[in-house]
Design a protein around this ligand. Structure first.
Ligand SMILES: [Zn+2]
Length: 317
């Protein structure tokens, strides 16, 4: 997203808090907001990933019913979590140059776990000259926010009578790895975003990792020997029960959109649609992941608060 459009959007958001009708006075209300949700692009150097990302964006520009904007659902690049600075730079250069070349629509970005630099970087003992990522100012979530010109790791924007809230799902887990949840600061921010949104304005929440998902339990394609189907802490929001309780106070929350698990599903639970929209990269650029081919979603947000998702498959080369 260009900083300028964020400033315009944030002005609308601030305005919406105290002047719900006047803030949209200059913006003609459109019946339906349409956007493409492209998640888990995982671009890296190579013929298939490069042509795949290009083809996906080309297909979005050529849609018969045009979309108003694109949401990058996160995991834009193959991996920065374990990569050194040079490998991370190469992947970001590729992502930004392909985006510039193949896309003319506004893009709103989400941070995926693989977009975070250096959390799990293991220094090669032979490369003593390499500085550690955690001593670098771009460490963690700073680099992705800078390179994609994000207004913050979480933010919101408005389109017509809809507020879209973009969350940052991935937190460092003290017990190892990463965990899907909101940190305290972000949870407080979300709470105030929800309470400041006028009741008549609809809300769509975007997170990289699904807030609610049954497919999260199917990711490893196996049942435990005791019969359990496990939902791992890094595959679905571990704070779902707390979020659900909050969501119950805001019937204007209509849809939650995610990626991350490369599987596709549509769930309706307590009046909210939970759409998990697969992966542009399918099986990390090796064909389909389980039953799901490389794809992206078209999301339609209607004026009456209803929503519709259409998955679009495309040819990667
Ligand atoms: Zn992910």
């Amino acid at each position: 997203m260009k900083r300028k459009s964020f400033l315009q959007n944030s002005a609308a958001v601030i305005g919406a808090a105290w002047l719900p009708s006047a803030s949209f006075a200059n913006e003609p209300l459109k019946k339906t907001i349409r956007f493409a949700h492209l998640s888990d692009i995982h671009v890296k150097p190579g013929a298939i990933p490069e042509s795949g990302m290009a083809k996906a964006f080309q297909q979005v520009q050529l849609l018969k019913k045009p979309v108003d904007f694109i949401v990058n659902g996160g995991d834009a690049i193959m991996d920065a979590l374990e990569a050194d600075k040079q490998k991370t730079q190469i992947q970001w250069d590729l992502f930004t140059s392909l985006l510039k070349k193949e896309n003319s629509l506004p893009v709103y970005h989400t941070i995926g776990n693989h977009d975070i630099w250096g959390w799990f970087y293991k220094k090669d003992p032979a490369a003593l000259a390499n500085s550690l990522p955690d001593q670098d100012k771009l460490y963690g979530k700073i680099w992705v926010q800078e390179i994609l010109q994000m207004p913050g790791r979480y933010y919101s924007f408005t389109k017509g009578n809809w507020k879209l809230i973009v969350l940052d799902s991935t937190q460092l887990n003290p017990a190892g790895g990463y965990i899907a949840r909101l940190d305290e600061e972000q949870m407080n921010w979300l709470q105030s975003e929800l309470s400041l949104t006028p009741k008549e304005q609809h809300i769509c929440i975007i997170s990289h990792i699904p807030i609610l998902s049954i497919c999260a339990g199917l990711f490893f394609d196996k049942t435990e020997t005791n019969g359990d189907l496990l939902v791992k802490r890094n595959l679905m929001h571990t704070d779902f029960l707390s979020l659900k309780k909050r969501f119950r106070n805001y019937p204007n929350i209509r849809a939650c959109i995610s990626g991350h698990i490369h599987l596709q599903e549509e769930i309706e639970y307590l009046g909210i649609k939970y759409y998990c929209n697969g992966a542009v990269s399918g099986n990390w650029w090796k064909g389909s992941f389980q039953e799901f081919e490389p794809a992206f979603a078209i999301i339609e947000l209607m004026d009456d608060g209803s929503t519709k998702r259409t998955m679009v498959k495309y040819q990667v080369n």
